[in-house]
Write a protein that binds this ligand. Structure first.
Ligand SMILES: C[S@@+](CC[C@H](N)C(=O)[O-])C[C@H]1O[C@@H](n2cnc3c(N)ncnc32)[C@H](O)[C@@H]1O
Length: 243
């Protein structure tokens, strides 16, 4: 008669575990496509606390800026600039003869970027409130020397956005991408948790095992290179536009 209570207890435990797993489980097996409408809504709620809640990405930001190899007079594009955290460093690196163009579709995130530009008098920074897939309407083709994509997974999964980025980049333009990704190997057991943690920041998990894949598969870049970071839960990648 002891077995019945034990059985009940273990069913309850199993149900509890299933509930916990469901909490971390990805919402769909087949990744949804990136959605600018959902992304803008998500970042509307994240904007106020974005800088305070993302200190861990600063180490990657410094590395990404170095990999851009900016020179005075360069024009650099900050894609999905968010609250503009990269703008002061980019502005300094290209100097008064250079230009920083920052594109961001979420008005609330852009409000913080605008305030930063104003407060720090970053006179060589131009802000464009639009998605990356509108770049060609806003700037000339073949006009960009370097492209920064810092934690912009949705943009990397949008073929339309990538077409525009590749069109505005000059031959030889440096592309630097940094962001989160899924673990591989034994640590991939933790991937449901990774997706759960990252859900507020992206609207698709397409290619989240290799976020650079869609861009690099276009064959429009040369010297492609990927460095895993933080035990493989993040990466920095770089490449050169070849036209
Ligand atoms: C995780 S935040 C990163 C912000 C900034 N790059 C940084 O390093 O702090 C991602 C940003 O990408 C923007 N974004 C999402 N979809 C986009 C699109 N299609 N085109 C341009 N930016 C986009 C979001 O609005 C958000 O501000």
């Amino acid at each position: 008669m002891d077995s019945e209570p034990t059985l009940h207890t273990s069913s309850a435990t199993l149900a509890n575990m299933a509930q916990q797993n469901a909490r971390f489980a990805p919402s769909t097996r087949r990744p949804r496509s990136a959605s600018i409408t959902r992304s803008t809504a998500q970042y509307r709620t994240l904007a106020t606390n974005y800088d305070a809640t993302t200190p861990r990405i600063e180490f990657l930001r410094t590395q990404a800026h170095q990999l851009l190899s900016l020179r005075p007079g360069d024009t650099v594009l900050d894609v999905g600039c968010g609250t503009g955290k990269s703008l002061p460093a980019l502005s300094r690196a290209v100097g008064p003869t250079g230009r920083v163009i920052a594109i961001e579709p979420c008005a609330e995130m852009m409000r913080f970027a605008r305030a930063r530009v104003r407060e720090l008098s970053l006179s060589n920074v131009d802000l464009i409130e639009a998605p990356a897939a509108a770049l060609c309407e806003a700037i000339e083709t073949d006009s960009i020397d370097a492209v920064l994509m810092m934690f912009t997974h949705d943009v990397l999964q949008s073929s339309a956005a990538l077409d525009h980025l590749l069109a505005v980049a000059k031959n030889g333009a440096r592309f630097v991408l940094a962001g989160g990704k899924l673990f591989s190997g034994a640590l991939s057991l933790l991937n449901p948790w990774v997706e759960w943690r990252q859900k507020p920041y992206c609207t698709t998990f397409e290619n989240y095992d290799a976020p650079w894949r869609k861009l690099f598969d276009t064959q429009a870049l040369s010297a492609t290179c990927v460095h895993p970071r933080y035990m493989g839960i993040a990466y920095i990648a770089h490449a050169v536009r070849a036209k």
